[in-house]
Design a protein around this ligand. Structure first.
Ligand SMILES: C[S@@+](CC[C@H](N)C(=O)[O-])C[C@H]1O[C@@H](n2cnc3c(N)ncnc32)[C@H](O)[C@@H]1O
Length: 263
């Protein structure tokens, strides 16, 4: 990708759209032609798609790049009030926040994954005590905790642990915070922030359901910070060149796999 490798793919895609519009405008000026808006938009789309292929964006970007400007022209023709777009933008921003940079969007673990995780928690005897109110037997963290489903499920079946979550997107964070507060899960807490700032040394079990992009860096962080004997679990996404000690296939819609490393 050369010059573009310094940008996240979404920023590269946007820059290529702008370049395509500029080049199409310039060509129209120089040729003296005035194509109708939809034809102009299709030319922009074709150019954006070709440029995207040239710089090596992943294949699934190509239809998006082709259709983006034509879709914009068609939707503008519908004369929808601008407030609608502002509201939609703000909602998407609150849900997805910095996904364009992290390349880890919000999607949720299935309840079958929640149940499979139950078996990977330390047994009550080995977890540093049987727990009880205010004295958790082990500490679990969900890196990128989404809507808090993993935390609240595990807290309901294994109340002898403490369950932390860290979530960077504001709306999922708020949702999970309310879910925990309103349901009275005193063993759960969730923080708004980045898991890159968390010290993993505090936890007995670290769980991540992210994307392929951060896995290599996350593995280095886990190796540097996690204590010997603790457990690192990645749902679905492998760590390059690191064979897990255990692999659990979950029979859910996404055919999730839990990859387990004993540190
Ligand atoms: C695939 S979802 C998983 C949600 C939840 N853990 C589950 O299993 O249902 C990944 C979540 O990680 C969050 N995320 C991505 N990068 C993050 C970061 N650096 N710090 C905290 N959260 C992050 C995203 O906002 C998203 O909600």
């Amino acid at each position: 990708m050369g010059f573009f490798s310094r940008f996240p793919p979404a920023v590269t895609a946007l820059l290529l759209q702008l370049a395509a519009v500029a080049l199409t405008l310039l060509s129209a000026r120089l040729s003296g032609l005035q194509p109708p808006p939809l034809v102009f938009a299709l030319l922009c789309g074709l150019l954006a798609m070709s440029l995207s292929r040239l710089v090596g964006l992943a294949g699934w970007w190509l239809p998006i790049q082709l259709l983006f400007i034509p879709a914009l022209v068609l939707v503008l023709a519908l004369d929808i009030p601008p407030d609608f777009f502002l509201a939609a933008f703000l909602i998407l921003l609150a849900v997805y926040w910095s996904t364009f940079r992290t390349q880890v969007p919000l999607y949720l673990s299935s309840d079958k994954v929640w149940r499979a995780l139950e078996n990977l928690l330390p047994s009550p005897a080995s977890g540093g005590g049987a727990g009880g109110e205010g004295k958790p037997g082990f500490r679990f963290i969900d890196l990128g905790s989404g809507l808090g489903g993993v935390l609240t499920h595990l807290a309901s079946v294994r109340p002898d642990g403490h369950y932390s979550g860290v979530e960077s997107a504001p709306l999922p964070f708020l949702w999970s915070w309310l879910r925990i507060r309103l349901s009275g899960y005193w063993q759960c807490s969730v923080h708004w922030g980045s898991f890159w700032d968390c010290d993993l040394a505090q936890y007995d079990v670290v769980f991540a359901y992210l994307s392929p992009v951060p896995m290599e860096r996350l593995w280095r962080k886990a190796r540097a910070e996690m204590r010997p004997g603790t457990v690192f679990i990645s749902s679905t996404f492998a760590v390059p060149e690191q064979t897990p000690h255990e692999t659990l296939q979950v029979d859910d819609l996404h055919r999730s796999t839990l990859l387990v490393w004993k540190m």
